[in-house]
Design a protein around this ligand. Structure first.
Ligand code: ATP
Ligand code: MG
Length: 450
């Protein structure tokens, strides 16, 4: 095994200066990788590649999470077989990405991502798979640059993400001090942090995401450039940023992630209008509450929808714009419509929002104005709205965040539980001149400034 690794030492004449790293092989009795935590499909891919005479290792989050006794979300494999060779070995596989080809081996719903060791990547060439795909139409190199295993390790982001596990001798191979960082619960970027962030600014978001999810610290050198380089994120394609935002907030640690994003100045490039509104004094309690709720839901195995997250993350921006328009004398309803259009229009320039999400997000917001209006048939019509449930949940979060305290959420909670008679009674109890309607007559919807 050792011999095999030696043969992968990088060739001479590499120009790019790298910090000196020492290769370490941690034998099976000195680490905690339990094979039982590796999925059968991942093991199958590794052993079939090995049996065909190729090098193949589990790498990335799979190894990291198992060493931390966690359950990996997916498994990535790195190999010296070319994508064509991998594809030929697995009937159930497909090649993706044009610039740097990756093979997805499919086992029912599980996908094992197999990448060929990558060489001394330079500049924008070195980025995640999403980025590679997103930039295909750009000026980036078209060729696949394959390399040695060590080169493959050095182009990865954090040392803890560059550990390789071999199914041939069950050893863990560490080129960059990842095991040490794992033991110290620390994220360290491989190479010169500023260079690596400039190559791919999304690495700043990954630092925050992993710090929150793994409860790791960020090494001082890795942390230092973030605040200054955060604006580089505005150059990342908006579609990729949309995906990254979802990863940030749907892993079950959204509230903590949000705190870190604001701490490092990373909120502004992702949500410019929200960050500006907050800087101007708009409260962000609703965002924090919504993220706490989302985290709880995720830990209970429930689903979360991107449009609910986005409705919350853009709420301060919407409030600021809506208020600004009302202060200028626009009536509440048209002001809201205009504000919604403007906020979405601005946001898609930072992070794309696919239409299937922006539509429902708009509806959640619009329904916030309809929920207080319950007279006559209104409540029954609102109840039938396809987005009623999400809008009602949103209202509850607003109330929990202290935005409104009129018991409207409770009213809707009761209303949903009642039969037809009970609903009629509740509606008849809504006196036309009651306090809830007086509010409507003021033509001011339930804004936090009420
Ligand atoms: P998780 O899947 O739990 O979110 P992960 O570490 O597996 O975490 P992936 O996005 O699945 O993250 O990427 C797999 C591996 O690819 C990473 O562990 C890392 O080694 C490498 N990688 C991913 N994105 C980048 C990037 N932007 N720059 C450098 N290396 C990256
Ligand atoms: Mg992964």
């Amino acid at each position: 095994m050792l011999k095999k690794i030696m043969s992968y030492m990088p060739g001479k004449g590499r120009k790019k200066q790298q910090p000196t790293y020492q290769r370490q092989v941690i034998p099976r009795d000195q680490h905690t990788v339990s094979r039982s935590l590796i999925s059968e499909p991942a093991k199958k891919v590794l052993s079939r590649l090995n049996n065909a005479g190729f090098e193949a290792y589990l790498v990335g989050g799979g190894v990291r999470d198992i060493l931390l006794n966690g359950r990996p979300k997916d498994f990535d494999v790195a190999t010296n077989a070319t994508p064509e060779e991998v594809r030929d070995l697995f009937r159930n596989s497909r090649m993706i990405g044009r610039r740097f080809r990756i093979v997805h081996v499919l086992f029912g719903r599980e996908i094992i991502e197999v990448t060929t060791f990558r060489g001394n990547a330079t500049e924008a060439e070195d980025s995640s798979d999403d980025q590679r795909r997103a930039s295909e139409h750009g000026l980036l190199l078209r060729d696949n640059v394959y390399g040695s295993m060590e080169e493959d390790a050095l182009r990865r982001d954090f040392t803890v993400n560059a550990l390789y596990y071999s199914l041939e001798d069950f050893s863990v191979i560490d080129f960059t001090g990842g095991v040490d960082d794992l033991n110290n619960r620390r994220l360290t970027l491989i190479g010169d942090p500023e260079t690596r962030y400039r190559e791919d600014p999304v690495r700043m978001l990954r630092a925050v995401r992993f710090a929150a999810k793994l409860d790791f610290s960020i090494a001082p050198d890795t942390e230092a450039p973030i605040q200054t380089l955060a604006p580089l994120l505005t150059h990342v394609p908006s579609a990729r940023l949309f995906e990254e935002v979802l990863k940030l907030f749907s892993a079950g640690y959204g509230a903590k992630t949000y705190g870190l994003l604001t701490q490092y100045g990373l909120l502004a490039p992702l949500f410019p209008a929200t960050a500006a509104a907050i800087a101007n004094g708009e409260p962000d309690d609703l965002i924090r509450r919504a993220l706490e709720n989302t985290d709880n839901r995720i830990h209970q195995g429930k689903s979360v929808t991107p449009y609910f997250l986005y409705a919350a993350l853009l709420w301060p921006a919407l409030q600021a714009e809506w208020q600004r328009r009302q202060d200028n004398g626009e009536p509440a309803q048209p002001a809201l419509h205009q504000a919604i259009g403007k906020v979405i229009g601005q946001q898609v320039q930072a992070t794309a929002i696919p239409r299937r999400f922006s539509g429902p997000m708009k509806e959640i917001w619009e329904l916030q104005m309809r929920l207080p209006r319950r007279n006559g048939k209104r409540a029954l019509v609102t109840l039938e709205h396809p987005r009623f449930r999400a809008a009602y949940d949103f209202l509850l979060v607003r109330e929990a965040a202290g935005e409104t305290n009129e018991g409207l959420g409770e009213w809707w909670t009761d209303f949903q539980k009642k039969d037809e008679k009970g609903r009629e009674r509740m509606l008849s109890e809504l006196a036309p001149s009651g306090p809830k309607n007086r509010r409507r007559k003021r033509k001011k919807p339930a804004t936090p400034k009420d």
